[in-house]
Design a protein around this ligand. Structure first.
Ligand code: CA
Length: 258
């Protein structure tokens, strides 16, 4: 399911619900393959972006395992009558175990890892985000863009310690050094963010192939357009490509309809 969605056209809800989604992923202009995986399951209210890393194509394996594991775990929880969002963090931890299991089985995949930023809608007025790594969740509300997740990166830690100015993060030589990912440690701490949702809100999940190229102000301008959601997803990816497309770029937009 995730593999088809990772390369397919924008996904739109097939039935009337207060949520609508659109997604795009692109290899970019430099990398030979796309190691990002996206997950869109409107029937579960489940959306995710995973950005894999590791040699011998292991990065795309890690991100695919993450998306598949999260999907299966949340689906199984829903089938047991559990609220899908209650399974979100547990599903991300299960993905960590699944990646480690595969890396232990195949030495060529040793050291592979992935980010995971998972959003699960809760009814029509809330959502839960489970997050590890430097993919991000944003919220566009009333024309303002808010970053909801904190990057698990060395530079972000320096910012929080007051040792680095936020404006210097983007160009720092260690900007891509991660402090937390799935697949490299036995246990992983998963950030859980609960947020309300109002009509008109647009949530954005994205890999760093978007945010390394586009400043938040540029993302805000595109997301604020009065265009269909699919066109805004296209425009975000297009802008990253226009900016050089140095990395794989993936966006998932989840809008709370008016
Ligand atoms: Ca990336």
């Amino acid at each position: 399911m995730f593999a088809r969605l990772a390369t397919g056209p924008a996904c739109q809800l097939p039935f009337a619900m207060p949520w609508q989604a659109a997604s795009r992923t692109d290899t970019g202009r430099v990398r030979p393959q796309n190691e990002d995986t996206l997950l869109v399951r409107p029937d579960l209210g489940l959306y995710a972006v995973a950005d894999g890393m590791g040699g011998h194509a292991a990065g795309e394996v890690a991100s695919a395992i993450a998306a598949e594991t999260v999907e299966l775990q949340v689906e199984a929880a829903a089938q047991r009558g559990e609220a899908p969002h209650d399974a979100a963090a547990r599903a991300v931890r299960a993905a960590n175990n699944a990646i480690r299991f595969e890396a232990d089985r195949d030495p060529e995949k040793e050291g592979m890892g992935t980010t995971a930023t998972v959003l699960v809608t809760v009814g029509d007025d809330r959502c839960r985000i489970a997050h590890v790594g430097d993919s991000r969740a944003y919220l566009l509300r009333d024309g303002d863009l808010h970053q909801l997740t904190v990057d698990h990166t060395w530079v972000q830690e320096q910012v929080e310690k007051g040792l680095l100015h936020p404006d210097d993060v983007r160009r720092h030589p260690f900007s891509s050094v991660l402090t937390r990912v799935l697949g490299t440690e036995h246990d992983v701490a998963v950030d859980v963010i609960d947020h309300d949702a109002r009509p008109g809100d647009v949530f954005l999940l994205c890999s760093d192939g978007l945010t390394a190229v586009l400043e938040d102000a540029a993302i805000r301008v595109v997301l604020s357009r009065d265009d269909p959601l699919e066109e805004r997803a296209d425009a975000l990816v297009h802008a990253a490509l226009e900016g050089g497309g140095p990395d794989n770029v993936t966006v998932v937009l989840v809008a709370r309809l008016d």
